[in-house]
Design a protein around this ligand. Structure first.
Ligand code: GDP
Ligand code: MN
Length: 389
């Protein structure tokens, strides 16, 4: 789950990471008022769940409340397309109005989980700003990295070592060290999967401030993070993913190929993606139905895959262990009664009750493409999708 910049900055402020003064506005009039309260010279920032706003017109530095109102009117109710959003963009329903800061240096500070080491890693760089991805690609040694033992936390020396690596003045070392240590505390306390400040700025008057703020959270921790969950803005998320979640289907992921995949189990899902690719195609999504033995859930799952306009063929690949393949077959027959399935359906069933499952499908009279091996299923699905990527 992602938070908006203004929400992330509120959390950072609570944890002692310094942020610029500002307020959120949902109408141009509110933006004008917020700008007047801040003395007129402000930056107006589109609040969307995507980075790259600066280069896409989503960040405007203005000199007066009237201009702030105009900048907000130009953003609110529109969609912002950045290199992270895809061509359809994301809706802007709020802007953050902040004191415009005079920037001397743009640094980078980020915390993620290092998947190889299995612990959080804090990253810092002098080369912050809008091109950090390019820096990571071309000059990775400009990014300092320190792994943190989660049982010990970001001890003082870790934060200090990073702060010293940023070539700060003597006066800035202490606030930078505190910002790093406090961002780590927030990361840990709120079950973040990412906490990023890009840029962490040094202002012309020597302050260290989070000019941007991004927090992502571990979805599996939401049961103990009710306050975080309350920040969720579903208007920024993929509509079918939201619908799947509302129906209790936790693992529906939108992708950009043309084969819709109904599978059971995450491992099988990953293998399906690989085999589709090997067969020259790509998945439009995958829906992991898990160990569900209720045909109604199968109908709901097919409904979601069927409403994805990118789907040109549906691949149902089920390995029945605890899940029964006859229930999947029953659900598939029921789905055909209730809706028009727009694309050809390839079905491969194996495991528990497969004889019964095959019999249900054979007797249904439905025009299905049957496959027996996994590879055959993937190849037939790519073919049925018209060999489109
Ligand atoms: P992003 O492009 O979505 O990552 O948005 P950011 O919040 O990082 O803003 C992009 C860029 O706008 C920053 O790297 C800064 O150069 C600039 N910027 C952001 N806030 C301010 C501000 O208060 N004053 C000035 N002068 N520039 C700002
Ligand atoms: Mn940024």
């Amino acid at each position: 789950m992602k938070a908006h910049e203004y929400q992330a900055k509120q959390l950072m402020a609570e944890y002692g990471v310094p942020v610029p003064k500002g307020g959120v506005a949902k109408t141009p009039a509110e933006a004008k008022k917020a700008a007047a309260d801040l003395g007129g010279k402000v930056v107006v920032k589109a609040q969307v769940h995507a980075g790259g706003r600066g280069k896409a017109g989503g960040i405007k530095v203005v000199d007066s409340p009237d201009e702030a109102e105009k900048a907000a009117a130009g953003m609110l109710g529109k969609k912002l397309v950045t290199h992270q959003t895809g061509p359809e963009g994301v809706p802007i329903s709020a802007v953050l109005v902040e004191e415009a800061i005079e920037i001397d240096r743009e640094l980078y500070l980020g915390i993620v989980i290092d998947g190889v080491a299995g612990v959080p890693v804090i990253m810092a760089s002098e080369a912050g700003g809008m091109d950090i991805e390019e820096v990571a690609r071309t000059t990775p040694d400009k990014i300092l990295k320190v792994n943190v033992d989660p049982a010990l936390g970001a001890r003082g020396y870790i934060a200090r070592e990073l702060a010293y690596g940023l070539n700060l003045s003597k006066e800035q070392i202490r606030p930078a060290t505190e910002a790093i240590a406090n961002l780590y505390k927030l990361f840990q306390a709120k079950d973040c999967s990412l906490a990023e400040i890009n840029p962490l700025v040094v202002t012309k008057d020597g302050r260290v401030l989070a000019a941007d703020a991004k927090l992502n959270f571990d979805d599996n921790a939401m049961y103990r993070q009710k306050a975080v969950e309350a920040l969720r803005d579903t208007s920024q998320e993929d509509a079918l993913e939201v619908e799947a979640k509302a129906k209790g289907i936790e693992n529906y992921i939108k992708l950009d190929g043309s084969v819709g995949c109904l599978v059971n189990g995450a491992g099988l899902a990953m293998a399906v993606l690989d085999l589709l690719k090997q067969a020259g195609g790509n998945a439009a999504n995958f829906l992991d139905i898990g160990t569900i033995n209720d045909p109604e859930r199968v109908v709901q799952a097919i409904e979601i895959i069927n409403s994805d306009p990118d789907v040109k063929a549906i691949l149902i690949n089920i390995f029945g262990g605890m899940a029964r393949t006859d229930v999947i077959a029953e659900g598939l027959v029921e789905a055909h009664k209730r809706m028009t399935i727009k694309s050809p359906v390839v079905v491969r069933l194996a495991g528990t009750n497969v004889e019964k499952g095959d019999e249900i499908l054979a007797q249904s009279g439905l025009n299905l493409i049957r496959a027996h091996s996994f590879k055959e299923a993937a190849e037939k699905a790519v073919q049925a999708a018209g060999n489109s990527k």
